[in-house]
Design a protein around this ligand. Structure first.
Ligand SMILES: Nc1ncnc2c1ncn2[C@@H]1O[C@H](COP(=O)(O)OP(=O)(O)OP(=O)(O)O)[C@@H](O)[C@H]1O
Length: 271
């Protein structure tokens, strides 16, 4: 049997409720998610359902209340050192240049300075930022900052890439450019990717497989779809492919009720 890059097995995550610490809130329950080596898997679900919680479990940043995590067949304890993590929010150090931001992870790993510089420059060039290495984050556009963050993650050559709505803050054109760039980089190295998004179009355009989560509490997978669209893909062009439209309809049929439930819960929470 093939070894999976990442396995989340029978995961449950229970937190103390934010407003009343005597109460418990089970965000995720009965969730098993396996990602094969080289597979691109997206997880979609209504807002607040537990997508980031699952990603944090896979990154080793959050210990589940029960269940287990395996990385290339080995039980995970502590931080998942084989994974690189790209967040929704800005993760660049504002006082470091783009080049130094990409270098920092390599330096923590003990790569000598000259070599770290060379690798960081090569990665900045690969994400289209050759010549921008001396700019500070505030001197870069939102898309350029995302490219820098991407170079920062990929420079470490992780076997697993965890991405939590990395492009949600970008305008649609920049977002599609970045999505295509990620697909090109992924096709060259074929790492396992766990991609979290609430955007179903993005999930279908990028992935080999889309997993749909239920609304919370006790979020769990309620559908799983193989995305059998041809590759290489252009995320803008693939959206008009008849099979894309078919898959979108099938998945949306499963997701729609959960989105409505999630929305109703949000309204209740602010009432
Ligand atoms: N540390 C925590 N303590 C208490 N509750 C938490 C904690 N982390 C997450 N939660 C709750 O668990 C649920 C799932 O949160 P999570 O951030 O994983 O959802 P999400 O699907 O990623 O959300 P979004 O779509 O808004 O990004 C939410 O109700 C959240 O308030």
């Amino acid at each position: 049997m093939a070894v999976h890059a990442l396995e989340l097995i029978d995961i449950r995550c229970t937190f103390r409720a934010k407003d009343d610490h005597s109460q418990r809130y089970t965000a995720v329950a009965d969730t098993t998610l396996r990602i094969a080596d080289g597979e691109f898997v997206s997880v979609v679900g209504p807002t607040g359902c537990g997508k980031s919680t699952l990603l944090n479990v896979g990154a080793g940043l959050l210990e589940p209340s029960s269940g287990s995590v395996r990385v290339f067949g080995q039980p995970l304890s502590g931080i998942n050192t084989r994974a690189g993590y790209m967040f929704q929010s800005e993760a660049l150090l504002p006082w470091r240049s783009a080049l130094d931001n990409v270098k920092v992870g390599l330096q923590y790993r003990g790569v000598p300075d000259a070599q770290a510089r060379e690798q960081a420059e090569a990665w900045l060039a690969r994400v289209g930022l050759a010549g921008f290495g001396d700019r500070y984050p505030h001197q870069l556009s939102g898309g350029m900052r995302k490219r820098t963050a991407l170079a920062q993650v990929l420079a470490l050559d992780p076997d697993i890439i965890l991405m939590d709505e990395p492009f949600s803050a970008l305008d649609i054109q920049t977002r599609q450019l970045m999505e295509n760039e990620v697909l090109d980089l992924w096709a060259a190295k074929k790492k396992a990717v766990l991609f979290i998004t609430h955007d179903l179009d993005e999930a279908i355009a990028m992935s080999d497989r889309v997993v749909v989560l239920s609304a919370g509490p006790a979020t769990h997978p309620i559908g799983e779809f193989e995305i059998d669209l041809p590759r290489p893909r252009d995320v803008a062009e693939v959206r008009v492919h008849p099979r894309f439209v078919e898959l979108h309809t099938q998945i949306w049929n499963v997701l729609r009720d959960e989105v409505l439930k999630g929305y109703a819960q949000q309204l209740k929470a602010v009432a």
